[in-house]
Design a protein around this ligand. Structure first.
Ligand SMILES: NC(=O)c1ccc[n+]([C@@H]2O[C@H](COP(=O)([O-])OP(=O)(O)OC[C@H]3O[C@@H](n4cnc5c(N)ncnc54)[C@H](OP(=O)(O)O)[C@@H]3O)[C@@H](O)[C@H]2O)c1
Length: 270
């Protein structure tokens, strides 16, 4: 029996990667879990895996870049489980590219997937999370607080999530809602060495590596998911992994040229 027993957690993009690990951790802590994704087969497979481990899981095919899919996803959740205690805005996509080569259209697309999906979901789920005095978890990145070179529109589209999370926290804390902003460095995955090979083909070696070449050890998704649920239990405002990255964030505010030099040195083409 945990505090999550019979609570309802809706995780966007819960069919793969970090989202799947977050869904699994909430399910094993007794929560009912809702996951969504666009690919039905992958979603069904993940749903089955979670159910085999004893999870109570609802899977909903949805593209949350579409408002009507967002509305249908929330309606299905309420129809099936009657409430929402946790919203995890996990959907997002990293990229590679020289900034001056990124088109306005690509910026618009990145902003939609990395920022507006969270805005759409939060607006739709807010009445339910306010009713349960629950949690909103926004998955950012180290790149939401500090840019590195050659990551295309990713930092520009994740930075807004930091401002959104802070303002949500300030406005919703008096209403009893906990808002957590998560800034992970690279997350361990099987394809991490090859994932950006094509996009980064003409870029320096550092751009092909996880996190754009930052000198940070990748965290396993299960471990990150466990840290996220602990932060919800303690109602923490932010989770930065690794924590020492906070020093760089602070330095960038106080002495930007020095922070830039450190970033350049640590991501130099190898
Ligand atoms: N991977 C890393 O190293 C890393 C590091 C720092 C931060 N992050 C952040 O962590 C989050 C998860 O990243 P990840 O690497 O675990 O992602 P991933 O493995 O690519 O999985 C993305 C998930 O989101 C779903 N999805 C994508 N677009 C969607 C849409 N429009 N509507 C509904 N579902 C959608 C995918 O399913 P379908 O494709 O079937 O839709 C899948 O379930 C992102 O916000 C990312 O920026 C990742």
């Amino acid at each position: 029996m945990t505090q999550w027993n019979d609570k309802v957690a809706l995780i966007t993009g819960g069919s793969a990667g970090l989202g799947r690990a977050i869904a699994a951790v909430f399910a094993t802590h007794g929560a009912k879990v809702v996951i969504c994704g666009r690919d039905q087969a992958r979603l069904d497979l993940t749903g089955e895996q979670l159910r085999r481990q004893g999870g109570r899981v609802l899977t909903v095919v949805a593209n949350i870049q579409q408002q009507h899919d967002v509305d249908a996803l929330v309606a299905r959740t309420i129809e099936s489980f009657g409430q929402i205690d946790v919203l995890v805005n996990n959907v997002g996509r990293s990229s590679r590219g020289k900034l001056l080569d990124v088109s306005v259209e690509d910026f618009r697309d990145a902003l939609d997937i990395n920022f507006l999906t969270a805005v759409r979901m939060t607006r739709a789920v807010a009445p339910y999370v306010l009713a349960t005095r629950g949690h909103i978890v926004n998955i950012g990145s180290l790149g939401a607080k500090s840019a590195v070179r050659f990551m295309g529109a990713y930092p520009s589209s994740k930075f807004p999530l930091a401002g959104y999370s802070q303002q949500l926290r300030l406005e919703l804390a008096p209403e009893g809602v906990h808002v957590l902003f998560v800034c992970p460095g690279p997350i361990a995955r099987d394809d991490s060495e090859t994932r950006y090979a094509q996009q980064a083909a003409d870029l320096p070696e550092s751009a092909k590596r996880p996190g754009g070449g930052v000198n940070v050890k990748a965290i396993p998704p299960d471990e990150l998911a466990r840290r996220i649920i602990r932060c919800c239990e303690r109602r923490k405002p932010e989770l930065v992994v690794p924590g020492k990255a906070r020093l760089l964030f602070a330095l960038a505010q106080l002495w930007p040229s020095l922070a830039d030099r450190i970033i350049l040195r640590s991501t130099r083409a190898k």
